[in-house]
Design a protein around this ligand. Structure first.
Ligand SMILES: C[S@@+](CC[C@H](N)C(=O)[O-])C[C@H]1O[C@@H](n2cnc3c(N)ncnc32)[C@H](O)[C@@H]1O
Length: 305
């Protein structure tokens, strides 16, 4: 049964995700609350670990969410967690968390959605920094001499709870669907499928791959032309409300500037660095076409055009 208290916790996603935007969620909540009417639907075309969607749907900041990602592993995972959770939970409990299984899953090419979902969950929870990409190794190293062994992030009880919470969001109609699409197709499909909503009622949250580290972190990464294409498609758009987050860098700043009605915020974000398990701090660039930006000590405004 849907439990709203569960979604007040800071960790709600069953996936560990490089670049997970947990710290941004309260900022996004504040912006949503400051603008009337509230969105009814949130679409997340680069959903990854989906923390933002799960939290906003679970705390009723939005009525419904659609999750989407170009990576078939992630899309299969979210679809199965939402709509076929009993199978996933059962398969997870039956899965031995060993280096032998890690090698097996690395090479496995599952055909169906269920097996693909299990592959995603297994590799995400047992690979360094949750990276699904081929070069990252198993937690604890091949020799398993480290204090942190391969199963140190695979607490099955906690994972069962988090997968069940995803399923509860789906059963209660909060997760409407999961799409395995490129961002552009997701945006186009959302506009067509939900054309009964006014521009105020649909929010698209875009969290594209990092500019600098993307090829190392994600199976589906972005080239700089794709960052430009995204900016061209989003800048100046008033067909829906949108929020976009980037690791702060010159390319992102130069792509989102000089547009009337858009705001740029620099948010302090503590995160776990890829390639290490240590916490670091860096600034996150948040761009939005929401008209009202409340004052907050969590961010500073770069400039409203
Ligand atoms: C920065 S991560 C998103 C992290 C997410 N916001 C979170 O909190 O976990 C970027 C995601 O974009 C996906 N991606 C990469 N290229 C894409 C594309 N062309 N269309 C849609 N998704 C893409 C990657 O698979 C990855 O999951």
């Amino acid at each position: 049964m849907f439990d709203p208290d569960f979604f007040k916790q800071s960790i709600v996603s069953p996936l560990r995700y490089p670049g997970a935007k947990r710290q941004l969620v309260p900022v996004i909540e504040g912006i949503i609350k400051a603008n009337v009417p509230p969105p009814r639907l949130l679409v997340e075309p680069f959903c990854g670990g989906a923390t933002t969607s799960l939290r906003l749907a679970g705390t009723d900041h939005v009525d419904h969410v659609v999750l989407a990602d170009a990576d078939p592993l992630l899309a299969a995972f979210w679809h199965t967690a939402a709509f076929d959770s009993k199978w996933l939970i059962n398969a997870m409990w039956n899965e031995p968390v060993t280096v032998e299984r890690w090698d097996w899953w690395r090479l496995a090419e599952p055909k169906g959605r269920r097996e693909t979902a299990l592959k995603c969950l297994f590799l995400n929870r047992t690979t360094f920094s949750g990276i699904l990409h081929g070069r990252a190794g198993p937690l604890g190293g091949r020799s398993q001499k480290s204090e942190y062994k391969i199963d140190c992030r695979f607490g099955k009880k906690g994972l069962e709870r988090r997968i069940s919470a995803v399923a509860d969001l789906a059963t209660s109609g909060r997760i409407l669907d999961v799409w395995n699409l490129d961002w552009r197709s997701t945006v186009e499909r959302a506009k067509k499928r939900f054309d009964m909503l006014t521009p105020d009622e649909m929010l698209i949250y875009l969290d594209p791959p990092y500019v600098e580290k993307a090829p190392f972190l994600y199976e589906w990464s972005f080239e700089s032309t794709e960052h430009k294409n995204l900016a061209q498609a989003i800048n100046g758009t008033s067909e829906f409300q949108w929020l976009l987050s980037y690791d702060d860098n010159d390319l992102a700043r130069s792509l989102y500037t000089d547009y009337i009605g858009q705001s740029r915020l620099l948010v302090n974000n503590r995160y776990t660095a890829a390639g290490s398990e240590r916490r670091k701090t860096r600034e996150e660039l948040l761009v939005t076409n929401y008209p009202t930006i409340p004052t907050s000590d969590r961010y500073r405004l770069l400039g409203t055009s």
